[in-house]
Design a protein around this ligand. Structure first.
Ligand code: GLU
Length: 444
């Protein structure tokens, strides 16, 4: 049996009931097959892949807190410190009822390659909890965040592990966590990113993932001889990534037709009103059902359905496994040009294969959504030098990083005879740097 197949089998056996982690490992290792086969003897001897798929450290802890009725609630907290070969662990904290160790491991594994692709010195990690901030009062969210950090603080630090936001963790949560970390340690340091501007945050960090997605999409289309200006797009999600993806898309001349939340979706043939989305989601913390109050001509539908609308671009920006094989078939039937992932692993393996086989330009999340973590690394740089850069400076750096990622991904795929396979290109480019560093640092 080939080394790749052996390790995939091992991962499934050693980590039962973690289907998302299996999926992430399969996607990466399958596409690295050529690279691994070229070095199979050495990699086997060094157990390189076995080390790569085993997190350096996994922390799981109790998070007790008191709700507004005086009732004690107990959640589970996680931090998976996956790989520190090229820098301190870096990756977000997901707060969502679906969180379990398998989800955090899939996200942490993806993060290793994503962070490497940025070209910046950040290792891979991820964490979170099954706590659901939705519907909780500010005081309840604060109580949870303080309890979470009271346990996690001993494992993180500006030079060891730097968490950030993800689904359910935004500026409010990061603020409460930062305050508690400072109180416990006495350190005013860049231990978290996505901070508010008044206490060490970076300009453009809020916009970075969505803007970065569009910078990469624009460049990838250009490489394929197409102009983004004048295209239409279907977007899923309405959180931080989707909102700023829609904003930048519109700035680049794209008409955005849809967005969604976990209950339903909006179709606005005149183009989504991003200011309305910001008010509904960021200010009111409400649901998309409200969108009709702002735009009476728009349609609201319960359930899922954004991929049924005909458009040139599809930008999944909600969550994992939200674009299935049937959706891919529908998109291809509607003549989609490109699918670029704003979320982490939103497209299933079968859907990805179908899109690629049918000539759709497909950019995987670990390249396409890397702008968020890249700008987090820029926030770390600013914190270290105790300076703040202007919006224009950060945005220009972000754009440069996304353009670079695009070319590295395209070139890596070509180098291994897989031109146009950007999944392989992104994985290869990300893998090469991590493996070089792991080899140089010995068996650790
Ligand atoms: N959660 C984001 C991601 O998936 C950002 C992580 C970070 O900024 O550290 O990459």
């Amino acid at each position: 049996m080939s080394y790749v197949d052996e390790v995939i089998e091992l991962v499934v056996k050693k980590n039962p009931s973690e289907p998302e982690f299996h999926q992430a490992v399969k996607e990466v290792l399958e596409s690295l097959r050529v690279v691994i086969e070229a070095n199979e003897e050495q990699y086997r001897k060094d157990a390189l892949l076995e080390r790569l798929v085993e997190p350096e450290r996994q922390i799981k802890f109790r998070v007790p807190w008191v709700d507004d009725k005086g009732q004690v609630q107990v959640n589970t907290g996680y931090r998976v410190q996956f790989n520190s070969a090229i820098g301190p662990y870096k990756g977000g904290l997901r707060l969502h009822p679906s969180v379990n160790i398998g989800i955090i491991k899939f996200l942490g594994f993806e993060q290793i390659f994503k962070n490497s692709l940025t070209g910046l010195p950040i290792g891979g990690g991820k964490g979170g909890s099954d706590f659901d901030p939705k519907g909780k009062s500010d005081r309840e969210v604060m109580a949870f965040c303080q309890s979470f950090i009271t346990e996690l603080y001993r494992y993180i630090g500006a030079d060891t592990d730097v968490p950030a936001g993800d689904i359910g963790t935004g500026a409010r949560e990061i603020g409460y966590m930062y305050g508690q970390y400072k109180r416990l340690t006495g350190l005013y340091e860049g231990v978290l990113t996505g901070k508010g501007l008044s206490y060490g945050g970076s300009l453009a960090r809020t916009q970075a993932t969505g803007y970065g997605l569009l910078y990469l999409t624009q460049e990838l289309l250009k490489i394929n001889g197409k102009d983004i200006n004048g295209m239409t797009a279907v977007v899923s999600g309405s959180g931080n990534v989707a909102t700023y993806a829609m904003e930048k898309a519109q700035q680049l001349g794209v008409k955005v037709l849809t967005c969604s939340d976990s209950n339903g979706w909006v179709y606005d043939p005149e183009g989504i009103d991003v200011a309305a989305i910001k008010e509904i989601k960021e200010v009111k913390r409400a649901r998309l059902t409200e969108y009709k109050n702002y735009r009476p001509n728009a349609e609201y539908h319960e359930g899922r359905g954004v991929w049924s609308i005909k458009a040139d671009l599809a930008l999944p920006c909600a969550t994992q496994n939200e674009l299935l094989l049937d959706d891919a078939k529908q998109l291809v039937a509607n003549g989609v040009t490109a699918v670029c992932e704003g979320a982490n692993m939103p497209t299933t393996l079968e859907a990805t294969e179908y899109l690629q086989k049918n000539g759709v330009i497909f950019a995987p999340g670990k390249a396409a959504n890397a702008g968020g973590v890249a700008t987090s690394a820029l926030e770390m740089s600013q914190n270290s030098e105790r300076l703040s850069w202007t919006f224009e400076e950060v945005d220009a750096k972000l754009k440069g990083i996304m353009v670079n990622i695009t070319h590295n991904m395209v070139n890596a795929a070509e180098r291994y005879g897989m031109a146009g396979n950007y999944v392989a290109g992104a994985n290869i480019a990300g893998f090469e740097k991590v493996v070089n560093a792991m080899n140089a640092q010995g068996i650790v």
